[in-house]
Design a protein around this ligand. Structure first.
Ligand code: ADP
Ligand code: MG
Length: 478
């Protein structure tokens, strides 16, 4: 029987098809082109080294079995691989034998053949897939989101340090995947970009790609429509660092996107490529995603971003002002930092509105302007007064440093200020006695209860104390 490479490969495909999931078949085998059959060795052309690696790693037994069945035990398999563009801009191919599916040791034969299949060097749109040649993939990194600009605090120390480690040695630390999680406006997106940028600083040759999970989903859908899902999967397989933002977006939808990502994830992970993911929830709370995907997310490190404390909030404000070259009185900065404790995005929002207010109305930025503005800001979002804000007002009133509330001192004036803080915290916030105690010098709830009773008592019986309480009340109402 006169067999040529095409019929041999067709026979192989029949066997392969019966032994492998259809999607995998379509992704990894359908794009393969048989090239020649010589001395009972079949040469197949694969679109990239990545393909070759994947096949040799994942399908070696199947390939071996198949070649044996079709060509007999002396049968061999060789790959012709379309290579990356070389420095002269000319793409190359190389032929190498299969590691496992060859019967004897064949020396790799390098045949450099130029393949002319159009110019894809200047890819105008990041959403167009580059086909089979490696080109400069647009990273979509936002250069304003640097690690240097990402103010460190207790709230983000672990995540920031892990990010730094990953940028230095992408794919080589235990933090793979690195999952950054936390509520809105706490810096997930910023940190994710920052890690990408730092990676490029250390390793300019590495391909770093950032995209939102929504973009990923849309690209996958578009690729599906254009019958390009293979290119899609290959494209992301070429990255060294893949950053996907807001993965919770896929919850309860996009099962096919999740599946595609699952395969890309496995492939990247196996080849020690770095994966960075952000989510608004911890992996254990991420319901609606495929369980096997969630289990992958738990492989590396899940680092959370928490609400910054007041010092960090102050540092963030100072840094933003410095970056923008704007001067602002210290008391105003403090006022904003103490009043807005939800997240960094709102903190920035308040700062920007204040700057806008002052420049539009040509008014100096003063504490009064800040109070007016923040008041509106706080009312419009029906925010509560915070314990930190109460500490600040009380300490300012008595001219005490704010740290004194936290101190262990039994000095009378400080004990009084602490008790007043606890009293107002109970009255003006929804915080529990335990939380109030924790934030006012690590006291227990009984101490807070006692303080509240004492203040209420003295307010009735002690003239001086009554004066303080009513003056402070006025300030809280301002
Ligand atoms: P998320 O993605 O968690 O919703 P973002 O990364 O978009 O939050 O952060 C919201 C805003 O707050 C951004 O402008 C970001 O630059 C800023 N931001 C958050 N955390 C920090 C930080 N630690 N230092 C400086 N800016 C921060
Ligand atoms: Mg974000």
């Amino acid at each position: 029987m006169n067999r040529d490479h095409k019929t041999v490969w067709a026979a192989c495909l029949e066997i392969i098809r019966d032994n492998i999931d259809e999607k995998l078949y379509n992704t990894w085998f359908a794009p393969i082109v048989p090239v020649k059959l010589e001395n009972n060795a079949l040469t197949i052309q694969v679109p990239s080294p990545f393909y070759y690696e994947w096949l040799e790693r994942n399908c070696i037994h199947l390939l071996k079995k198949t070649i044996n069945a079709v060509l007999g035990t002396s049968g061999k398999l060789r790959y012709k691989i379309l290579m990356d563009t070389n420095p002269t801009g000319k793409p190359q191919t190389t032929t190498i034998p299969s590691v496992g599916a060859q019967a004897t040791q064949n020396k790799p034969v390098d045949v450099a053949v130029n393949v002319n299949d159009g110019d894809v060097q200047n890819m105008p749109n990041p959403l167009i897939f580059p086909g089979i040649k490696k080109i400069k993939i647009p990273s979509q990194l936002n250069e304003n989101y640097t690690l240097e600009n990402f103010v460190e605090g207790d709230c983000n120390r672990l995540a920031r340090a892990a990010g730094y480690a990953v940028a230095k040695d992408p794919g080589k630390t235990a933090f793979n995947p690195l999952l950054l999680h936390g509520g809105v406006g706490l810096g997930k997106t910023h940190l994710a970009h920052a890690i990408g940028i730092k990676t490029k600083e250390y390793h300019s040759d590495k391909t770093v790609v950032y995209l939102s999970s929504e973009q990923f989903m849309q690209q996958y859908a578009t690729a599906g429509k254009d019958h390009n899902t293979n290119d899609f999967i290959r494209f992301y397989g070429m990255t060294d660092v893949l950053i996907i933002d807001d993965i919770q977006f896929w919850a309860n939808k996009a099962p096919r996107t999740q599946e595609a990502f699952f395969h890309i994830f496995n492939d990247l992970h196996q080849r020690n490529k770095q994966i960075i993911i952000t989510s608004d929830k911890a992996p254990s709370e991420l319901s609606g995603l495929e369980p096997r995907l969630i289990s992958r997310l738990k492989w590396g490190l899940a680092a959370d971003l928490q609400t910054p404390d007041v010092e960090t909030r102050m540092a963030i404000l100072r840094q933003k002002l410095e970056n923008d070259g704007i001067d602002m009185p210290n008391d105003v900065i403090e006022y904003i930092a103490y009043s807005i404790n939800t997240n960094v995005r709102e903190l920035e929002g308040a700062l920007i509105s204040l700057i806008a207010q002052s420049s539009l109305n040509k008014k100096q930025i003063t504490i009064d302007l800040a109070k007016q503005m923040i008041d509106k800001f706080v009312k419009s979002t029906s925010r509560e007064i915070t314990i930190e804000y109460i500490q600040k007002i009380v300490c300012d009133y008595f001219n005490l440093p704010i740290e004194s509330i936290q101190s262990r001192t039994r000095k009378r004036e400080i004990v009084q200020a602490r008790q007043l803080t606890m009293y107002f915290a109970k009255k003006l916030t929804k915080a529990s006695l335990a939380i109030i105690g924790l934030q006012c010098g690590n006291k227990d709830h009984a101490t807070v209860l006692h303080a509240c009773k004492t203040v209420a008592n003295l307010n009735e019986t002690d003239k001086q104390f009554h004066h303080w309480v009513s003056e402070l009340e006025k300030r809280f109402q301002e």
